[in-house]
Design a protein around this ligand. Structure first.
Ligand code: AKG
Ligand code: FE2
Length: 172
């Protein structure tokens, strides 16, 4: 992992790939997920279901975890699966909902851990990426952050540092 990370709701421990009460680095408990965030997640799933008419393959979920990642220009994240959630959550294919803010990034995804077979999509500021249902276990990662691509208005109106902020929500 070449990024900075913190969690809301529950702490995900990258070394053990599991959720813990208190994070290893300083024993801190996570803050809860603000309700505004949960509503954004709910709306994103609803909009996606309406757009694609695939409610039966994209279940709804109520997030209990938000992984907050910050990538600088050299930030990246290797191909991995999000599989530390409960057996039930994974079995039902409850979606991962991911918001991108700031610099754009190349996001890769594949059905196996093989960069050569991965497809790529550019995630720009404001994009929401959802993978659930039969796609819940896809391998995915971030290969490159495109420096200085964040919208100027965003930087002018916020204190966001140069880089990419990603908020990824899941239901345990
Ligand atoms: O930054 C991203 O777009 C992906 C983040 C991710 O895959 C994760 O936190 O598990
Ligand atoms: Fe992930």
């Amino acid at each position: 992992m070449h990024l900075k990370m913190m969690c809301l709701g529950r702490n995900w421990e990258p070394d053990d790939d599991k959720y813990v009460e208190n994070r290893n680095v300083d024993g801190a408990k996570p803050h809860s997920i603000p309700q505004e965030f949960s509503l954004l997640v709910r709306d994103a799933i609803k909009d996606s279901q309406a757009l694609m008419n695939v409610e039966y393959v994209l279940p709804s979920m109520s997030p209990s975890i938000c992984v907050v990642n910050f990538y600088t220009a050299s930030g990246r994240l290797g191909l991995h699966q999000d599989k530390a959630e409960s057996f039930e959550s994974l079995r039902k294919g409850l979606p991962v909902v991911s918001f991108s803010i700031g610099d754009s990034a190349e996001f890769e995804y594949a059905d196996q851990r093989d960069d050569k077979k991965a497809e790529k999509v550019l995630l720009e500021s404001g994009d929401v990426l959802i993978f659930g249902g039969i796609s819940r276990n896809i391998f995915h990662g971030v290969t490159k952050v495109q420096q200085n691509t964040a919208p100027k208005a965003l930087l002018d109106q916020t204190n966001l540092r140069t880089g990419r902020l990603n908020l990824t929500f899941r239901q345990y």
